[in-house]
Write a protein that binds this ligand. Structure first.
Ligand SMILES: Nc1nc2c(ncn2[C@@H]2O[C@H](COP(=O)(O)OP(=O)(O)O)[C@@H](O)[C@H]2O)c(=O)[nH]1
Ligand SMILES: [Mg+2]
Length: 409
């Protein structure tokens, strides 16, 4: 017997409401990314999919986020007090290469990291400089923390332009890459800084007995309360490296980094880790032009002004050999290889990708980019915001490529 018309309309309406609700539930699933596999080959001239909004439906940071998985080491009683000789602190330091003129800016970074994390855990601060720190610098930074502070000179032989660099070629290269708008190409100290951060910081005698470090730059911001021992977490979860922003580099600045790397790998296939992230390093699907200019490297890298890492990796035989190879090739000067791409390529090749961790819960800004979680622990940044700069900066975000190949752990 046919149902009355009103019943049929009600039935259909109920069905559509149900369907709508089911779709909403699926859309809201935390971290659900939509990264289309275009299947396009490099150089097919396919229109570049450059807009973040084209490539994933929303930033995973717009989803509520909490803390990483247990075990998490917490403050309990005086276990992390600054003067506790038997504290639960592990062998780790916060470190910063910084100039005297950046005192004001490093105090800003210290205030934020102390407020959100380190006033609870009291890890020491280790400062490095290529010239002696002023008394004012030492006094003010020491006053900014209850934890220990120490100040160190970078050895001359770690900072000076190496003897094998041909200075005529260097000047010619500077002129050439300046014309290609490579930022900081003309600043010799920038090249020296990138080289030091790539391969020499881990060799500094002041860190000889230190295992983990957290790199902090002047004028960065931290937004979220972090209530666990970040270094302890790295150790307990067997992590080598923690990042929080992943972006593309200026391809011209690293044009021969990948070919040099391939030469090295030809001689040292034994260093390639079975769990490597080669696919991530070579993924040109979002920015094929970058990959082309960088001769095979996507230029996607962990933004190294934030790094939480295990120094053993930078001291490993594989990395020492790799750094020496790169250093000898001269690319820190003839091009403008950054420590970020150099570290990222090495991690992608020599480390198991499961040992690299996205610290989604550590709210952070280094102008012009953010890592901003959606969490009640955060204030001062907008959850899910990637940049407050010009709109085109959105396309610099390459986290989707990392998540595609590795996931969000
Ligand atoms: N002591 C010292 N530190 C430097 C020098 N150049 C850069 N740095 C530090 O190296 C880090 C990166 O430099 P920065 O100017 O922030 O580069 P950017 O973040 O790439 O724009 C910061 O911690 C700087 O303080 C230098 O010539 N001497
Ligand atoms: Mg900086």
């Amino acid at each position: 017997m046919a149902l009355p018309k009103a019943m049929r309309i009600l039935g259909a309406a109920t069905f559509f409401v149900f369907l709508f609700l089911v779709l909403q539930v699926f859309r809201a699933e935390p971290g659900a990314l939509k990264i289309p596999e275009t299947g396009a080959k490099e150089g097919e001239g396919k229109k570049e999919s450059a807009n973040k909004l084209d490539t994933w439906d929303h930033d995973p940071q717009a989803d509520p986020s909490g803390e990483p998985p247990e075990p998490l080491r917490r403050v309990s009683g005086n276990n992390y007090d600054p003067d506790n000789e038997n504290s639960d602190r592990i062998n780790a330091t916060i470190l910063s290469l910084v100039r005297n003129e950046e005192l004001h800016d490093i105090l800003q970074s210290m205030r934020d990291l102390e407020r959100t994390w380190n006033h609870k855990f009291n890890y020491p601060w280790t400062f490095f400089n290529d010239v002696p720190f002023t008394e004012e610098f030492k006094e003010k930074t020491t006053a900014a923390t209850k934890a220990k502070t120490s100040y160190h000179l970078v050895p001359k032989e770690h900072w000076e332009i190496p003897s094998w660099i041909n200075m005529d070629l260097y000047h010619e290269s500077v002129a050439l890459l300046r014309a290609q708008k490579v930022q900081y190409m003309e600043k010799t100290s920038y090249h020296q800084m990138c080289r030091w951060n790539s391969g020499l910081f881990s060799q500094h005698p002041a860190l000889a007995t230190t295992q983990y470090y957290w790199r902090v730059e002047p004028n960065v911001h931290f937004f979220c309360d972090v209530d666990y021992d970040v270094f302890g977490w790295m150790q307990d979860h067997n992590k080598t490296y923690g990042f929080n922003i992943n972006i593309y580099d200026s391809a011209e600045s690293v044009a021969t980094l990948w070919p040099e790397t391939m030469k090295f790998m030809k001689d040292h296939p034994e260093y390639l880790n079975e769990g490597n992230a080669l696919k991530w390093l070579e993924d040109g699907s979002h920015r094929p032009d970058n990959k082309k200019t960088a001769n095979g490297y996507s230029t996607c890298h962990f933004w190294s002004n934030f790094e939480v890492g295990d120094l053993s990796f930078w001291r490993s035989e594989a990395y020492r050999d790799y750094f020496d190879h790169l250093d000898r090739s001269g690319g820190f000067f003839y091009e403008r290889w950054g420590d970020a791409p150099v570290h990222s390529v090495a991690l992608g090749l020599f480390e198991d990708k499961s040992k690299i961790h996205w610290f989604r819960d550590i709210g952070y800004q280094h102008i012009p980019f953010f890592n901003c979680p959606t969490s009640p622990k955060c204030t001062g940044c907008q959850g899910g915001r990637f940049t407050d700069g010009a709109a085109w900066l959105q396309r610099e975000d390459c986290r989707p490529v990392w998540f595609k190949h590795v996931g969000m752990d």
